[in-house]
Write a protein of this length. Structure first.
Length: 277
């Protein structure tokens, strides 16, 4: 199945159509909404390639059997010997593009690695197992840099398949996926979470304890007159950017819980708070 099949779009789809298909499928299959995690990862991997114009072009070339920068010839055997055909065009003996051909090698291997958000806060080593086409199994230790982003690919040259012993080994590609988190969702390097406060606290102000991704606690001040949907920030407590000292923020979305007041005395007090007409 191609990445186009995964996203349910045609090979001639525009970038906007690909983006819309990804958003629809990602929302439908997100694990937080009961979707299948494997299917969700496949959708993200497909969009990671097709959503990037250069990666999509390279992917299309590889699917067509064209190396980047190479030339493809279609030859019908009923037309006779191909060397005779090129000779008729004045190329002499042999194939004129032999010198342009890229050296053949074994195929690449792709391995998906899933990380928690907590694991991205520092560089870590992961042990992976790969098996080549000829059944050879290898255990490798890979280093994943701090702040790795969802869908990032790490290339290890010469650690791919080795089925053909006379050809160079392919490359190994590690594709990193970030697991959904129970308390946070990720927007770039920011971590977004949601809290609910009572309507009275929203009117008079309050404080709310927030636990960060590294289990540190922060006392967040809710200002008086806080409106539903207000976003408050805890600076520099989000995720790191890859190989950078920059760290995003925790964004706290405030939702207000409006209670039903049935006690007559409480209702009387609230009536007094209503602005005069």
């Amino acid at each position: 199945m191609s990445f186009y099949d995964t996203l349910g779009v045609s090979e001639n789809a525009s970038q906007d159509e690909i983006k819309k298909a990804f958003r629809r499928l990602a929302s439908q299959h997100h694990p937080d909404k009961g979707g299948d995690k494997v299917r969700f990862q496949e959708i993200q991997q497909a969009y990671g390639t097709l959503g990037d114009t250069e990666k999509r072009q390279q992917y299309d070339l590889e699917r067509q059997g064209i190396n980047h920068g190479g030339i493809r010839f279609n030859w019908n055997p009923h037309n006779g010997n191909i060397n005779d055909i090129f000779r008729d065009f004045g190329f002499g003996d042999g194939h004129p593009f032999d010198r342009m051909r890229q050296p053949r090698r074994n195929k690449d291997i792709r391995v998906n690695v899933e990380l928690s958000l907590e694991e991205t806060l520092q560089s870590i080593e992961k042990t992976i197992h790969i098996q080549t086409t000829n059944g050879h199994r290898e255990t490798l230790s890979i280093n994943i840099p701090r702040g790795i982003e969802h869908g990032s690919t790490i290339k290890y040259t010469g650690l791919g398949d080795n089925f053909f012993e006379t050809l160079p080994r392919g490359d190994l590609y590690i594709v990193v996926f970030l697991a959904p988190h129970a308390r946070f969702r990720v927007i770039n390097s920011d971590l977004v979470t949601e809290i609910k406060i009572d309507a009275v606290d929203a009117m008079i102000g309050t404080q709310h304890e927030i636990t960060g991704i590294d289990e540190r606690t922060f006392l967040l001040t809710i200002p008086p007159g806080c409106q539903p949907g207000t976003r408050l920030r805890i600076k520099d407590q989000g995720l790191y950017s890859t190989n950078s000292q920059y760290r995003g923020n925790i964004i706290v979305e405030v939702q207000v819980n409006i209670r039903s007041i049935t006690d007559p005395a409480q209702k009387q007090i609230l009536e007094k708070l209503k602005p005069s007409k």
